[in-house]
Write a protein that binds this ligand. Sequence first.
Ligand code: ARG
Length: 465
Amino acid sequence: MSEEKTNQQWGGRFNEPTDAFVARFTASVQFDQRMYKQDIRGSVAHAKMLTKVGVLTEAECADILKGLSEIESDIESGNFEWSIALEDVHMNIEAALTKKIGITGKKLHTGRSRNDQVATDIRLYVRDEIDNILAEITRLQLGIVGLARQEADTVMPGFTHLQTAQPVTFGHHLMAWFEMLSRDYERFIDCRKRVNILPLGAAALAGTTYPIDRHMTTELLGFTAPTENSLDSVSDRDFAIEFCAASSILMMHMTRYSEELVMWASAQFNFINLPDRFCTGSSIMPQKKNPDVPELVRGKSGRVYGHLMSLLTLMKSQPLAYNKDNQEDKEPLFDAIDTVKGCLRAFADMVPAIEAKHDNMREAALRGFSTATDLADYVVRKGIPFRDAHEIVGKAVAYGIEQSKDLGEMSLEELQQFSGQIGDDVFEVLTLDGSVSARDHIGGTAPNQVRQACDRAEKMLQERN
Ligand code: ARG
């Protein structure tokens, strides 16, 4: 990146060039160059609009569009020299345009300021990335439904307090993840609505004296409406905060999936196998296979929460309208975008490859008295009040712990010690499959319900596109 000292864009008022360190300190081109496509798209729309309202001639517009399109190719093929002295992506591209097409290049900035320009670029950028994130959430959700359908009958222990509570199906557990992601999806859709408003035309802060047509640029750039207030237009970054908030909640969910995968892949749980390609080994302990992907996703949540805090703090107490503080919005925002996309991609690739260890899951559910509630419900059906039933089953469990026997492994005589109401039909409810199948209502864990939930989920995903 070139660093020659200059302040050619505003040199008229200044008696000396910008200090070299200050030029670097105040520049943003190192990181905002990634918005070059959005910057060019915005400029194309602005030029077309200026032409329609008579500020530029058709010939000038044609030159500008041709120049901008060449610049885009130059950047893409690595033939563009970014300059720190030109501060940001906007002035780099504008200077390159003038270099290419001469004086007409200098007319592009008529009726516009970098303040509305940058606000437009970021909105375009975030909008594009929200669309990528939405597609990636959908891909992950498709993987989850696929696995859930495959595991609809697989019994595992369900936990509360991380203690075995009641048997559930693995498919049901996975569909809980699906639901969290559906809400994340909606949060991004909702955020997108407020991102998709066009600030261009606000100029520096007060609007412009040129007869601009903001509805035309709104339409050309695919926004739903122009912003209502020029001061707000150039200073508002709450859409970026909202994006980071939606991203933080998504990441919080991802840490929950990650934590469960890490536990399940441990020798102690041994519920799943993560394929080798998603794991790494240890340089010293030959037996190790580490679930790095979920661990890293769990760890990366910190960045995104941090970026949300950065942006909230960045905006705090800022007086209207634009302040240079706002240049600090980009790095947190970009890193949040990269992190969320990376984590979603890793999960969308990995989830369909998770292998459930059915026998171990079932064994764990059997060992933890997970059908105790079923026994209590059974005794209640025989006419005993629930609180007394709770007591009866509590005693049976204490006996089971002493004898190292699960409820389903006790004889009828053993069970009858605790209540004379228990008959030999009790064994139907004490089996794991009987227990899960009995929870056969919408939202319940019965395999039949999981399959219906998968049907609804797949239909919903299809309708998204
Ligand atoms: N690089 C600046 C930013 O990221 C662009 C706007 C600067 N405007 C100004 N008047 N200094 O916010």
